[in-house]
Design a protein around this ligand. Structure first.
Ligand SMILES: O=S(=O)([O-])[S-]
Length: 235
């Protein structure tokens, strides 16, 4: 439990401090990141999340460390400073910190992936996952077809912003009961459906369907409760 709190606190801290920094020039779009990786024979891809997160899923060919790792200096020393380094995490936290630190240490190029692992997997790029998806795309489509109104929450249990969605979902669930089907999809248990949906660019992503059609799709929590109320009141 203590460990879980520490990891969550750490992620929230990285998120808050990461967002409060000036936007780093090292953050690039998925297209730029991917094409630069493709141009490298042996790309140096660093997963800046925790070891537990990395063990569950990661970009193919990535290695794992971040600024908090005990062997951080050793890991950095293994990299080639003259070649680009590609970092990612969940958002603009750990990966930006790592890319900036590498640049300070004299690396020529360091790029952090905008939208992190959500953007990579959500756009169908190759990834490793240690388990099959609990939910398949066929099952997802059936839920959307079988229920008049469906709210989908897509995120990761390691993402600070995703954790903030949960109490809002509970409020919505209490208000709408059986009139609204809520589906929660986590990267850790259903990575393949996130890839198959081809719509996720960031965690959390929230999608409201009515009669099988998308009413809204939101990147981030925003004012979810109000948006659901407004959307359902107008139907
Ligand atoms: O640190 S983070 O980018 O994973 S939120």
């Amino acid at each position: 439990m203590k460990n879980k709190i520490n990891i969550t606190t750490l992620i929230l801290l990285f998120t808050i401090v990461g967002f409060s920094q000036n936007k780093s020039t090292t953050t690039v779009s998925l297209d730029v990141y991917y094409s630069k990786i493709q141009a490298e024979k042996k790309p140096q891809i660093i997963d800046a999340r925790g070891a537990e997160e990395f063990a569950l899923n990661h970009i193919n060919g990535a290695v794992n460390f971040n600024l908090e790792s005990k062997d951080y200096a050793e890991q950095v020393a293994k990299l080639d400073k003259s070649r680009p380094v590609f970092t990612y995490s969940i958002g603009a936290g750990r990966s930006v910190w790592l890319a900036d630190d590498l640049l300070k240490k004299g690396f020529k190029e360091a790029y952090s992936l905008e939208g992190g692992i959500a953007n990579w997997i959500g756009n169908g790029k190759p990834f490793y996952a240690n388990s099959k998806s609990k939910l398949t795309l066929a099952e997802y489509n059936k839920i959307v077809a079988d229920n008049k109104t469906v709210l989908v929450d897509i995120g990761s249990k390691y993402c600070g912003a995703c954790i903030k969605v949960k109490p809002v979902l509970e409020t919505i669930r209490a208000q709408y009961g059986e009139n609204l089907k809520i589906v929660e999809i986590e990267l850790e248990t259903s990575p393949q459906v996130i890839a198959d949906l081809k719509t996720v660019k960031v965690f959390p992503t929230l999608i409201l369907y009515q009669n099988g059609k998308i009413v809204f799709k939101k990147d981030g929590l925003g004012d979810l409760k109000n948006d659901v109320d407004v959307a359902l009141a107008s139907k």
